[in-house]
Design a protein around this ligand. Sequence first.
Ligand code: ZN
Length: 207
Amino acid sequence: MALKIVQAGEKVLRQRAAALSVEQIRSRETKQLIEEMRQTMYEAPGVGLAAPQVGVPLQLAVIEDKAEYQKDVPAEVIQARERKPVAFHVIVNPVISLEAGEEAEFFEGCLSVAGATAVVARARRVRVDCLDHKGRAQTIRAAGWYARILQHEIDHLQGVLYLDRMMTRTFMTVENFGRYWKFAGRAEWGELLEGSSTDQKADKMQL
Ligand code: ZN
């Protein structure tokens, strides 16, 4: 059964989610929650879903980037985003470390901010220490699109939405993204940012 995905404005999306005990992770309730979140993610469809997005304030997220989601995406887009299939897995109580230095800027969206997208700069590489669906400790080292998914989902567990991190002038409807920007590179959508530098200068002059 698919669950209802809550939208921005629901308090649960702005709360810090609670950690789970190993006992809680292994409980029948959590097993069922994971199964329902998995179905909800498939039906959306999405490549990740955090428990607060289905109204549950717990530090748990499901992730899967299926090969079939990528087959209609142009090869150069896949390559630029460093997107590779990621098998289904669960992360619980994650602690993320961002590798400094390299950042990647791409449009991203969120099932809890339906119909919108914007460019977000994210670390290209991350390390995540977490528990799996059985409560076993694990370390994930990820790069590229998978690293972005992890950063996005773990933000949800801290009450953070991509809206807090986006380049605000790139915010747009998914419809217009498909119409004008889907295959645009950094040079093209970078034009969207141009007005912002003058605005910032103006702000500084007032200080
Ligand atoms: Zn999201």
